[in-house]
Design a protein around this ligand. Structure first.
Ligand SMILES: C[S@@+](CC[C@H](N)C(=O)[O-])C[C@H]1O[C@@H](n2cnc3c(N)ncnc32)[C@H](O)[C@@H]1O
Length: 386
């Protein structure tokens, strides 16, 4: 089945692009950030609405609503119980629109933190809203590395349906997590130099999640250490590719904002290949896999996979790797040179790592000290780096 999509909180259209690659068509995009809107208007030649709060209704032909709503908004939903809670905040706008026009499918995307917010209350509010409206739902945390991208990016994909069993989309595939891909020195490793002393932003043969950065659009890309000891941050164009976009997908943002604003857009986006996998399964649903399940009981957070298709809420034992597409090693993936990690950033990270007893391989810390010494020698050049 080919879907007609309304994309709410569309950002730079990661969901919509992935779904288009699977044959579905978007007819409305709703996004209120001028930089993101500039990208959408250039990349998709379709109707655009800015603020979702002033969107009166969905296009009549809509069969699928997609929404990667802002995460901070969930805490508001979690404060009030029942449908009242679901109506508050921006996620409530999705509920308002589908209450008025019950589209056969709704796909939500968000960070796994959504499963823990307000001790799981926010999820309860969202799931209850869909149950109240007569939808069956299923969700699963999926890692973008499953699609061969060397970026560890875990996201919740929540699919609700009035007509079909959403498990035939999200639970028709299971590959299990891939084996360790070597260790520091044999492969490139990614780390977050901005992390606090308790953070753990470390990934082997991958970069940790590219984040949206601060509200001011200050870029804070993760750093990479190559087997030859080079330490730097990736080029923005490689970051776009690490999200599954073509090079310079976000360049139109520069017509209204600074180049650095593109980092936030890339970091907020849905990995195109993850959306494409969902889109292909929506076009051609599969058989539900044989997953262990158990009724959900009250807990501090919600499980990484669950469903309610009429028989109550069930937790599901499923991996975050529905498929294992051919993996592209991080070092081989990058086509642009790294920008050296600045003296200040390196020194700050090292001091936190040493003070906080973060468990990094000793050779990694030695490599960073060497890099720091090298940056001190090169002088002012370093101030241009991240
Ligand atoms: C997490 S991002 C979604 C990213 C998107 N799925 C993608 O692939 O690029 C959330 C988006 O919601 C947008 N947003 C926030 N408030 C909004 C509103 N009131 N109306 C429309 N869009 C809004 C933000 O500007 C941001 O781009």
């Amino acid at each position: 089945m080919k879907h007609s999509i309304a994309g709410l909180f569309a950002g730079i259209g990661g969901l919509e692009r992935g779904l288009a690659r699977a044959g579905h068509e978007t007819t409305l995009l709703c996004e209120n950030d001028p930089a993101a809107s500039a990208v959408l208007q250039r990349r998709f030649d379709i109707a655009h609405h800015d603020d979702v709060r002033s969107l009166k209704s969905l296009p009549k032909q809509t069969t699928l609503v997609v929404a990667g709503f802002p995460c901070q908004d969930l805490s508001q939903a979690g404060k009030t119980a029942g449908i009242e809670g679901a109506r508050s905040g921006l996620v409530g706008e999705v509920v308002r629109l589908i209450e008025a026009q019950r589209t056969p499918y709704v796909l939500l995307e968000n960070v796994p933190f959504m499963l823990q917010l307000s001790a799981g209350r926010a999820m309860d509010v969202i799931a209850s809203a869909f149950e109240h409206l007569g939808y069956k739902w299923a969700y699963r945390v999926v890692d973008s590395r499953a699609f061969g991208l060397p970026q560890r990016r875990r996201r919740v994909y929540f699919l609700a349906s009035l007509v079909d069993d959403p498990r035939t989309v999200l639970f028709a595939d299971e590959a299990g997590e891939q084996a360790e891909r070597g260790d520091f020195r044999s492969v490139a490793c990614g780390f977050y130099w901005t992390e606090g002393i308790r953070g753990l932003g470390w990934a082997v043969d991958a970069i940790p999640t590219i984040k949206g950065g601060s509200a001011l659009g200050i870029p804070s890309p993760p750093a990479i250490v190559l087997p030859d000891g080079t330490v730097g941050t990736p080029d923005l164009r490689d970051a776009e590719r690490l999200q599954g976009f073509p090079i310079d997908w976000t360049k139109p943002a520069e017509t209204v904002a600074r180049r650095s604003s593109r980092w936030k857009l890339v970091g907020n986006a849905v990995s195109v290949r993850a959306a494409e996998w969902i889109g292909k399964r929506m076009a051609k649903p599969g058989e539900i896999g044989d997953f262990p399940t158990a009724p959900m009981t009250p807990a501090k957070s919600w499980p990484t996979a669950a469903w309610n298709v009429g028989g109550g809420r069930m937790r599901v034992e499923a991996s975050e790797w529905p498929v294992q597409r051919t993996y592209q090693s991080l070092e081989g993936f990058l086509i642009h040179p790294l920008s050296p990690l600045s003296e200040k950033a390196t020194a700050g990270f090292l001091s936190r790592a040493e003070r906080g007893g973060l468990r990094f391989p000793p050779e990694f810390l030695r490599t960073l000290r060497n890099h720091l010494a090298g940056m001190r020698d090169t002088g002012p050049r370093s101030s241009r780096a991240a």
